[in-house]
Design a protein around this ligand. Structure first.
Ligand code: EPZ
Length: 443
């Protein structure tokens, strides 16, 4: 039974910097794939079994939400989860649960697609931006749903079976694409999604839906066509590896120095980030499901400019980590964030560690190399947390990273995996700690 993870709210990470990373790390399943895949299980009364599910806070929360809706959710192995929605489930997502994770928005398409009704908490914006969802709503309305918005909720209903529509997005929204796919597979007729998102997790959702009997074509391109069917059946599915976790480890090795084989991960989802690492002077070799990263710390890193873009561009979810790396490059690099309007939360904390960064509109201009020093920092979201861990690995002395739970949302066993590679990192339960640990030492 998925366990409750709330107790982790006051954990901190202690990182003693200056150690290289060496060895092998096996990448877990993709969080951003597992969440819509779990939502897809609502579209059939049969059992859907997912393998390679990452054991992170967000997938555990999604399991709690599905159970609250009346689905039967069972962990059937270390990374396998079976979900049986059975007869039409409750259509109202628990407010306290749903509000904790923006990605609960993908339940909208699944619930309306399955039973014509959905009530969801309005996903709040978070540190990285407003996170609007008007494209999702407009697509569902085109398919015949009525959607009412209150300050706190979305209330959607379709008086009769949804009908296929030609949904043209203003921008390739990832969960927007996933929502329309989830609503369209059981709709009457043909749905076309134009300006569809092309991310690997969108493709993985299309693959599961096809395994469940849906007719979907074009996932991975900017035009997806779905022919609605009468019903879907159960399936077994392997969640794709998390290319964002793999990219985070590749950047960490580039920053800390060392020689690491990143395994269980398809390098072809990371083409642009790996090119950027090579441009910085890092040695990268890719093979069947593996990425070998070598960085000689004696060799200076070259500054590299980058602009985040939709897949297959440089993922916005690796921007913070790459920016942390660029604090160690010799010269000036310009990082431009084109996907979210406020995704530089990590910069303030990096400045406190001694980095030299200037924000100018969408750009962060980084001067390096900076000698970072360990200090207390606060994590504000999953990826800025990963960036601060990377910076702490490069810093002299011990860093204390507060609100570690953010990182637990998207990285399975980050402390264990980095420790295996030689990092001095530990998790401390703030509420149990007596005197603050003297800085510079490591219990
Ligand atoms: C998904 O969020 C991911 N989350 C995010 O990962 C990721 O950063 C993002 O895609 C971009 O790749 C999951 O897959 C669960 P979007 P999503 O809709 O779907 C604007 C992580 O760390 N927009 O593609 O919410 C929006 O405001 C998380 O794993 C509208 O204006 O992203 C944003 O600026 C963080 N109107 C941009 O588009 C809309 O209707 C991209 O949003 C929808 C989106």
């Amino acid at each position: 039974m998925p366990q409750n993870h709330r107790h982790r709210r006051d954990h901190v990470l202690l990182v003693d910097g200056g150690r290289q990373l060496n060895g092998r790390v096996c990448i877990s399943g993709s969080k951003n794939a597992a969440l819509p895949l779990m939502a897809a299980s609502l579209l059939t009364k049969d059992r859907v079994t997912l393998h390679n599910v990452p054991r992170v806070a967000d997938t555990q929360l999604m399991a709690e939400i599905l159970q609250d809706l009346g689905a039967r959710v069972r962990d059937t192995g270390p990374s396998s989860t079976s979900i049986t929605a059975g007869e039409p489930v409750k259509h109202e997502v628990d407010d306290a649960l749903g509000r904790r994770m923006r990605a609960s928005i993908v339940l909208l398409g699944a619930l309306v697609g399955r039973g014509g009704k959905a009530v969801l908490p309005r996903p709040g914006g978070d540190a990285i931006g407003v996170r609007r969802v008007e494209q999702h709503i407009r697509g569902l309305v085109q398919m015949g749903a009525e959607v009412r918005e209150t300050d706190t909720q979305f209330i959607a209903r379709a008086r009769r079976r949804l009908r296929g529509a030609r949904v043209v997005f203003d921008l390739p929204t990832v969960t927007g694409t996933e929502n329309i796919m989830l609503a369209a597979v059981l709709a009457q007729g043909r749905t076309e999604i134009l300006q569809a998102a092309r991310e690997p997790h969108v493709q993985d959702l299309a693959k599961l839906l096809q395994e469940m009997g849906a007719q979907i074509y074009g996932a991975g391109t900017d035009e997806i066509v779905i022919e609605g069917v009468e019903r879907l059946h159960g399936a077994e599915h392997q969640v794709i590896p998390d290319y964002l976790e793999a990219g985070t480890y590749a950047i960490a090795v580039a920053a800390a120095g060392g020689d690491v084989h990143i395994e269980c991960s398809p390098p072809d989802d990371l083409v642009v980030p790996l090119i950027k690492l090579e441009m910085a002077g890092v040695h990268v070799d890719t093979g069947e499901g593996t990425i070998h990263v070598v960085r000689n710390p004696g060799r200076p890193l070259k500054p590299v400019d980058l602009t985040t873009w939709v897949h297959p561009g440089f993922p916005t979810d690796l921007q913070a980590q790459f920016l942390a790396l660029m604090t160690q490059a010799t010269g000036e690099s310009v990082i431009s964030e084109f996907i979210f309007e406020n995704r530089y939360q990590h910069v303030l904390e990096l400045l406190r560690m001694g980095a030299r960064i200037r924000i100018d509109g969408k750009m962060a201009i980084v001067q390096g190399p900076s000698r970072l020093h360990g200090t207390d920092v606060v994590i504000s979201d999953i990826r800025s947390g990963a960036a601060l861990v990377i910076a702490a690995l490069c810093a002299s002395g011990t860093s204390e990273l507060k609100k570690a739970w953010h990182v637990d949302r998207g990285y399975q066993d980050l402390v264990g995996k980095l420790g295996e590679l030689g990092a001095q990192i530990q998790r401390v339960d703030e509420s149990r700690r007596t005197a603050p640990s003297p800085s510079g030492t490591f219990e």
